[in-house]
Design a protein around this ligand. Structure first.
Ligand code: GLA
Length: 578
């Protein structure tokens, strides 16, 4: 039996001082057929531990559901870590931030309660049930039971959100009660207030930061006179949002910061070792006065890029780690260029005009009220007396395409704080609204999506709305085998293409000839694309492709500039800041 505990200055692995040199991989952002490859490469960089969050809403998208198969097979992920000879750190939240939609909290939960991340009884009941399910997987895989798990984290940067100690105590009680015996940690930004509010005396405090290691470790030490120092999130890159730049960090500076941490004897979890992808509609968003939805790629400028290829940072970190721990001789191969090919796209028809249920309500229904988890809801209303005027909406969450009798009028964007648009006279007003990603940080967590509040026309409230949810994945599946039409023009049109590859392979799909929408390969939902950038290519993981014929479906919302699908040799994640 191997033990893992907290010593006066170090972690003790089987009683011996042990420096944790860990890297983050989120199983929910990597195709499960590629988990083993990514974990192996972590070992080759010299890591001795893999850390992952658990995304509650991936396992339980709907109330009562609990899936642990395929992408959600956390047990298999941990077993692969173990098989590679590495330890594991599990961070089950329930809140994880992570640039993941709603910070990991299920929409059915946040839509039905006020006091999130607190000791409110209704929240604790659901959280406890969730944690017990996670611990059913984690407890038998702890190190003292022959498994890889050495640490479990309670909540996530809680000091940046609340100070409800009873909440943290309840989380600890459920965790211990479920048979978790390894040391429990918390993570907070190294700010006095956050370190005080975010933890409990019985929990081991760690920090999250990406630079000025010595200063941050000193702050941590002030709050915790003994025990191992640990940076649980050593930020080696950053995430991107639509309309921004692609973030990268200087390799030499990042390596020097890592060196400083390890030289100080601190343990580390590199965030991220391999970022992966926000496949489908899983991206989060930030809103600190301006709503910024996050892009599909979660490359993070990490040592292993989005496609699992080692970068310059991989080799720089490997060299640093070699000063403190044994590093395997073997190095992972660089990927060769992905196949470049171009095929033509054929239009297969309009895709947002599905007939609704016909149910009419006074107000537009939110995505949450409709129990709708996909990207779009279309709102239709008969214009009172057929008149136009100034349309004013309390809040648009998050992007709306406004049309009257099928003719586009314009868009309203939450990011731009748009609320009003002048519409012409006509019969039917239609507003197609996109949820661009649930906020994952701070107090907008759990907010509803759709048209929120009142909609007025020249000052009079408009009532009698039909709210029609559109499931983009289901629509794409239906249209995959549709015959080409001679449809043309702007506005929402679906397109398909056939392409052939010699063998299943990673691909980079260039979305530059298109505007905004969703792309699918053989039914696999690659994610959102948007001309707004910075991201220009979508990553197609090899297991989503197949030898021979493959089918691409593109659901375009605005305009196709050229009816082609182009696969390029390398990713293009956008311009970087100098
Ligand atoms: C914080 C959170 C993480 C992640 C990073 C930024 O540290 O704990 O989940 O959001 O910020 O990437």
């Amino acid at each position: 039996m191997t033990t893992f505990s907290l010593g006066d200055t170090d972690f003790l692995r089987d009683g011996q001082p042990h420096q944790v040199i860990s890297g983050a991989i989120h199983y929910f952002r990597v195709h499960p057929d590629l988990w083993q490859d990514r974990i192996r490469k972590a070992r080759l960089m010299g890591l001795n531990t893999i850390e992952t969050y658990v995304a509650w809403n991936a396992h339980a998208p709907r109330r009562g559901e609990w899936d642990t198969t395929g992408w959600n097979d956390l047990g298999r992920f941990l077993d692969l870590v173990h098989a590679e000879g590495l330890d594991a750190i599990v961070r089950p939240g329930p809140y994880i931030c992570a640039e993941w939609h709603n910070g990991g909290l299920p929409v059915w939960l946040t839509g039905s309660m006020e006091n999130l991340r607190s000791s409110a009884p209704d929240f604790l009941v659901e959280v406890s049930a969730y944690l017990r399910r996670v611990y059913d997987i984690v407890a038998p895989r702890q190190i003292d039971r022959g498994g890889p798990v050495v640490l479990v984290q309670i909540e996530n940067e809680y000091g940046a959100y609340g100070a409800d100690k009873a909440y943290l105590e309840a989380l600890v009680a459920v965790t211990r009660d479920a048979g978790i015996t390894v040391p429990l940690t918390t993570v907070d930004q190294p700010v006095d207030q956050m370190l005080s509010d975010g933890s409990l005396p019985e929990l081991h405090k760690t920090g999250s930061f990406g630079s000025r290691s010595a200063e941050r470790l000193a702050t941590l030490r002030r709050h915790q006179p003994t025990g191992p120092l640990m940076c649980s999130e050593f930020w080696d890159g950053w995430f991107d949002w639509w309309g921004g730049v692609h973030h990268t960090t200087d390799v030499t500076a990042a390596a020097a910061d890592l060196d400083a941490l390890l030289a100080a004897g601190a343990s580390v979890n590199i965030y991220m070792f391999h970022g992966g992808t926000n496949f489908g509609l899983t991206n989060g968003a930030n809103d600190k006065g301006r709503y910024l939805p996050l892009v599909t790629s979660y490359d993070y400028d990490a040592p292993l890029d989005e496609a699992g290829t080692p970068t310059e940072k991989f080799f720089a970190f490997r060299e640093v780690i070699a000063k403190y721990a044994p590093v395997p001789e073997e190095v992972p191969a660089f990927a060769s260029a992905a196949p470049a090919l171009e095929v033509s796209l054929s239009p297969v028809g309009a895709w947002t005009d599905a007939a609704g249920s016909g149910a009419v309500a006074a107000q537009p229904q939110s995505f949450d009220a409709l129990g709708h988890l996909s990207a779009l809801v279309r709102y239709d209303v008969d214009l009172p007396d057929g008149k136009g005027g100034q349309l004013l909406i309390d809040e648009v969450r998050d992007l709306a395409w406004v049309s009257v009798d099928g003719v586009a009028v314009g868009t309203l964007s939450r990011t731009r704080h748009d609320r009003a648009i002048r519409i012409p006279a006509g019969r039917t007003l239609s507003i197609l609204v996109e949820d661009q990603g649930r906020v994952n940080y701070d107090h907008r967590l759990g907010e509803e999506k759709g048209l929120i509040g009142a909609v007025t026309l020249d000052g009079t409230v408009v009532t009698g709305w039909r709210s029609t949810p559109l499931d983009v994945a289901a629509i794409a599946a239906e249209l995959a085998s549709a015959q080409p039409t001679d449809a043309a023009g702007d506005g929402p049109l679906a397109w398909t293409a056939e392409f052939t590859v010699d063998t299943a392979t990673d691909l980079f799909l260039d979305t530059a000839p298109w505007s905004k929408g969703y792309a699918f390969v053989n039914g696999f939902f690659l994610g959102r694309y948007w001309r707004n950038g910075p991201q220009r290519t979508l990553y197609v993981p090899a297991p989503a492709t197949r030898t021979g014929g493959n089918r691409l479906v593109v659901l375009e919302l605005e305009q196709i500039l050229a009816p082609v699908a182009r696969f390029v040799e390398a990713p293009a994640l956008g311009v970087t800041e100098e």
